[in-house]
Write a protein that binds this ligand. Sequence first.
Ligand code: BEZ
Ligand code: FE
Length: 297
Amino acid sequence: MSDVREVSPEQQTVEQTLVDTVVASFDACEDPRLKEVMGSLTRHLHAFIRDVRLTEDEWSAAIAFLTAAGHITDDVRQEFILLSDTLGASMQTININNQAYADATEATVFGPFFVEDSPAIEPGGDMAFGAPGEPCWVTGTVTSTDGEPLVGAKIEVWEADEDGLYDVQRDAGARAARAHLFTDAEGGYRFWGLTPTPYPIPDDGPVGKMLAAVGRSPLRASHLHFMVTHEGCRTLVTHIFPEGDPIGWKDTVFGVKESLIKKFERQAAGTPTPDGRVVDGTWSEVRFDIVLAPSGV
Ligand code: BEZ
Ligand code: FE
């Protein structure tokens, strides 16, 4: 990597003059936030180009990469989100917008596999809807940071099956291993899901090529997604991660946080289940108590 200080003073003036000219091109912008964002983007983009002394071939390769990302993107496949996720940009945006507040549960990446119209389940229902995997009994509470139970909080849950696939990757119209339910009069919830397993993010496009080129794995740490909403509270988008997961901190989208690692207790085949369900084989159990911050913090 070159250092801009090795560049002659005359050349530095040429380069800095261009930065200043581009920044000044936004002077007439009437939206102060847009003006701030475009000015900062320009300064940082030019600083990057100058820092690495970008060659014209590298610039062309970057344009070809972004073009390929555009070509593979459609309503279901979102390559630019994958790019943002694998560069940590999604996680950094989440960090900035979900700052620590009292004992509120931490947020993590949303990912591209949420769908709006998940099926409803009753307390204790099964969100797997036939998706393959080891059954997992998930329980917990939803409370405010004052410790008050939040009654009727909406909990949306979704996860990949044991083959590492979301329902929508098998068939856009399919709905399995996803559901929504509401907390009961004590703020409690319980449902059957699947014990999470690691899976690769879609890696047959330019982002997958980028990961391979830099020697990175496309695997995500095993996880179960949650989105929790309640009036007057900050919406929480998060996951829980099984303790001892083989991918764990090497998660390719940097989503793991210590507070979100939970013990999934594996139960031997034949162990009675909490609700009397007959399970053919092993099953697991996890508790996840959720604390929502007030909205606006
Ligand atoms: C997911 O967890 O579903 C996910 C997150 C980021 C990129 C790809 C998938
Ligand atoms: Fe996921």
